[in-house]
Ligand binder design. Sequence first.
Ligand SMILES: Cc1cc2nc3c(=O)[nH]c(=O)nc-3n(C[C@H](O)[C@H](O)[C@H](O)COP(=O)(O)OP(=O)(O)OC[C@H]3O[C@@H](n4cnc5c(N)ncnc54)[C@H](O)[C@@H]3O)c2cc1C
Length: 305
Amino acid sequence: MSTVSPDAYADLSPMRLQVPLAEWTTLRIGGPAEYFFQPPKPEQFADLLTRLEMDEVPFRLLGAGANVLAPDGGVLGAVIQSGGLRRMFREENCLRLWPGVTLPQLVRSATELGLSGVEKLIGVPGHIGGALAMNAGSSDWGIWQQVKEVTLWLPGGELVAKTPQQIQPGYRNGNLGEAVVLEVLLELEVKPKADVKKEQEAYLRKKNVSQPVTLSTAGCAFRNPQGGSAGQLIESVGLKGWQCGGIQVSPLHANFLVNTGGATAADVRLAMAHIQKTVLDQAGVALQTELVIWPEPLPKTESSF
Ligand SMILES: Cc1cc2nc3c(=O)[nH]c(=O)nc-3n(C[C@H](O)[C@H](O)[C@H](O)COP(=O)(O)OP(=O)(O)OC[C@H]3O[C@@H](n4cnc5c(N)ncnc54)[C@H](O)[C@@H]3O)c2cc1C
C-alpha cells in the first residue's frame, strides 16, 4: 500500500490527516497520527476496520486515551477514535452501549435510571470500548463482571457475539487480543436511585483525596502485584515525588505519573524503566506495566505505506 487518498474511506468515516495525539490522550503526549478516523456508527466502524485491513493500512484504536502512551514520533497508519460512537439503549435492566459511550456518561445514566453495577467507575475517564480492553475497575472488580454479551470485530472481518465466559478477561486485562469492541450489553441491577448515588459518592470522595484527578496522567502506570500495591511499593523505594524530565511520580499516589508540562513519551519510558529497576532491586518485585505503550514508529520506507 502506498498512500491513502483523503476520500478513500469517505463513505465510512470522516478522515483527518496528521492529527496530534497529544490532544487525544489524557497524558497530553504523542506525535501525529497519519490518518485519524472517527466513525459514526458501529457498522461503519466494522467496515472501516475490514477495509483498512484489506488495504494493509496498520491501525490502532483509541477511546479517551486515558490509559495509552502515544509515541513522540506519532503513528504511521490509522488511529480510529471511538468519540463518534456515543449511543446507549436501555433494555429492561440492561444497557446496550456503542463503544464510544464515555464512562462518566454511563455512570450518570445508570444513576438516573436507578441501575446499579457501575458505581466503581465514577471518576474514571474512558470510553466503554477502552474500558473493556483494560477491564477497568477497582482492585477487586472489573467492568467485565457486568457484561452479558459483547459484539466484536475480528481480523478478517468476521463479527461475533461473545460472553465473558468465552473471553476470560483478567485483572486489568480484557483479553481481547486483536478483537475490536463494536457494542456491549451490560447487565445491571435495579436499585433506588438514592442508593446508587450514595455508593458512587463514597467512591468519588475516596478517589478525589487519593489520586491526582485534575492533573495530566494516564491512571495507574503499573498493575498491582498479587496481594500488593504498586503505589505502595514505589513509595517504599523512595520514588514518590521523583521527577524525570517532564514526568513526576505523583506526590499524592505513587502509581500515577504526572505530565508536569512538556513531558515526552521518552520521559515516560525512562521513568517507568527506572521505577521498575528500583522496585526490583530494592523490593524484589517485578512490576508489570498497566499503561498501554504504543511503540515509536520505524522510519518510513518505500515498501511501508
Ligand atoms: C485520572 C485517572 C483515573 C483513572 N482511574 C482508573 C481506575 O480507577 N480504574 C481503572 O481501571 N483505570 C483507571 N484509569 C485508566 C483509564 O481510565 C481506564 O483504563 C479506561 O478504561 C481507559 O479507557 P479509554 O477509552 O481511555 O482507553 P484508551 O486509553 O483509549 O485505550 C486503552 C486500550 O484499549 C484499546 N481500545 C480502545 N478502544 C477499543 C475498542 N473499541 N475495542 C478494542 N480495544 C480498544 C486501545 O487500543 C488500548 O489498547 C484512570 C485514568 C486516569 C487518567
